[in-house]
Design a protein around this ligand. Structure first.
Ligand code: SF4
Length: 280
């Protein structure tokens, strides 16, 4: 029998929904899951926007963000996970360009100087829908209508049919805020800063909260069952190409080899390197 985790975060729930075996490798066996370049760009973007938004409102300008980005950059280059990427000078410039494009995109979507920021990087740990929940909220804003939960995404918005699933994360944060403070946020939103910039927002009402929390509870119940049986099924699919454990997973490696042979595996899929498929 595998131990249940003490807390469940949105990212752990997402990993489990994608593939129970991948969740087990990461959270039970505690095998390393190094962030790729895109995740590290996202970490840097979040850090700079945190610094921007915790400062005085009038100073939240792109010029100030540029200064803060320059000051925060050494934190990134000192990170062993960044060094492990092995970027050459041109690739490092590209990394910074991607990050800066995402940071600057915030001013195209809202005026940060006009936002009444209550908190940034707010940690929450509480029970949500009967599940021990933990997360970090990028930003909480006070508005005339009430409290707003915001999460930044450095990628593109999901397709319309996947937006509700993406919004579950911020709805769960809203539920956690209500559970810990008694104050229900009025809305929850995702700010997408990638190639296609957009704000995707949902009102926080009984119906939306019930949908998000019951989804979390269902996932948790499935996890409890898997842990009690110590059985974690693989769920092979396109994302096996980005799974750090593909070289120890028979189902996933078969899937990836078949996709590569059929020309359905992207050239930048890390599994190519892990399975020595470079050039196939
Ligand atoms: S390679 Fe695919 S099936 Fe195997 S653990 Fe990873 S995601 Fe799951």
């Amino acid at each position: 029998m595998a131990d249940l985790p003490r807390f469940f975060s949105p990212s752990a729930a997402g990993t489990y929904r994608q593939c129970a075996l991948r969740w087990k490798y990461r959270y039970v066996d505690k095998l390393p899951d190094p962030p790729g370049e895109a995740a590290l760009v996202g970490t840097f973007v979040h850090r700079v926007l945190e610094l921007v938004c915790e400062g005085p409102a009038a100073e939240r300008t792109p010029d100030r963000a540029r200064d803060l980005a320059a000051r925060a950059w050494p934190e990134t280059t000192a990170n062993p996970e960044f060094r492990d990427l092995g970027l050459d000078e041109a690739a490092e410039r590209q990394f910074r360009w991607k990050a800066w494009t995402a940071i600057e995109a915030l001013w195209g979507l809202e005026d940060p100087a006009g936002v009444d920021v209550r908190a940034t990087e707010q940690r929450v740990a509480t029970e949500v829908g009967g599940v021990p929940f933990r997360g970090v909220i990028d930003r909480l804003d006070d508005t005339d209508d009430g409290l707003v939960v915001t999460d930044y995404k450095s990628g593109n918005p999901p397709r319309h049919d996947r937006r509700n699933a993406a919004l579950d994360q911020v709805l769960l944060y809203a539920a956690a805020v209500e559970a810990t403070s008694g104050e229900r946020p009025v809305s929850a939103r995702l700010i997408f800063l990638g190639g296609t910039q957009d704000i995707v927002q949902v009102p926080v009402d009984d119906e939306q909260l019930a949908s998000a929390t019951s989804g979390l509870a269902t996932t948790w119940a499935a996890l409890e069952r898997d842990c009690s049986r110590d059985e974690f099924a693989p769920n092979a699919g396109p994302l096996c190409g980005w799974c750090p454990y593909v070289d120890r997973c028979e189902t996933g490696s078969t899937e990836v080899r078949q996709r590569a042979a059929a020309g359905r595996l992207r050239d930048d899929a890390p599994a190519r390197r892990l399975l020595d498929l470079v050039g196939t």
